[in-house]
Write a protein that binds this ligand. Structure first.
Ligand SMILES: CC(C)(COP(=O)(O)OP(=O)(O)OC[C@H]1O[C@@H](n2cnc3c(N)ncnc32)[C@H](O)[C@@H]1OP(=O)(O)O)[C@@H](O)C(=O)NCCC(=O)NCCS
Length: 161
């Protein structure tokens, strides 16, 4: 089952986001160390300011993907995709593709014309998943992340709705 999370879901949202950051530090610009210090109000605010879709397996949250609409008038046609994550036993079943489809449909109906994201260059499964769902690479951002002294480039991807 796939549904949009509301602020009332902040406890499960916090749990799966922190799990994603802990398991895959190279995949996200946020870090477990910083985000685990956030207050409940901050977790609720993130859900209020963005749209996060979740996949439930036997009523337990097992995957998420979200988007942040840009805030100012001149770039309100754009949104940033974030928190693409599936627990390992929900992978390779087309679940993320279904989540991205739900997210893209919601964004399109909200007047958003393009979805953008950064993916760490060596994460081939993630890149493949985005390409499967209509995203294309339009450039490389050098040294986007620095983790334990090591730099990671990211690929910039876009999907027109
Ligand atoms: C990135 C990630 C979400 C991709 O998950 P995924 O399961 O590969 O993505 P999809 O839902 O698109 O599944 C596609 C796979 O399921 C298979 N599949 C099986 N049944 C399917 C169905 N009914 N419909 C569609 N695909 C199906 C596809 O063939 C494909 O496998 P393949 O690549 O071997 O061909 C996952 O690897 C992950 O959580 N990684 C860790 C976090 C991460 O890197 N996030 C990215 C941050 S930018």
């Amino acid at each position: 089952m796939i549904r949009l999370l509301t602020q009332d879901d902040f406890t499960i949202w916090k749990a799966i986001r922190l799990e994603a950051l802990k398991e895959h530090p190279q995949a996200f610009s946020g870090s477990y160390e910083e985000e685990s210090l956030r207050s409940d109000e901050e977790w609720k605010k993130r859900l209020k300011d963005s749209c996060v879709f979740a996949y439930f397996d036997n009523n337990k949250i097992a995957g998420v993907v979200g988007y942040y609409p840009h805030q100012v008038k001149k770039d309100a046609h754009r949104a940033e995709v974030y928190t693409t994550y599936l627990q390992s036993n929900s992978r390779n079943k087309g679940v993320m593709s279904a989540l991205i489809q739900a997210l893209a449909e919601h964004a399109r109906k909200s007047g958003i014309e393009q979805l953008e994201l950064d993916v760490t260059a060596h994460l081939s499964e993630a890149k493949k998943c985005y390409e499967r769902n209509g995203f294309t690479v339009y450039g490389t951002k050098p040294r986007t992340l620095k983790i334990a002294g090591k730099y990671y480039d990211t690929l910039m991807m876009i999907k027109y709705l």
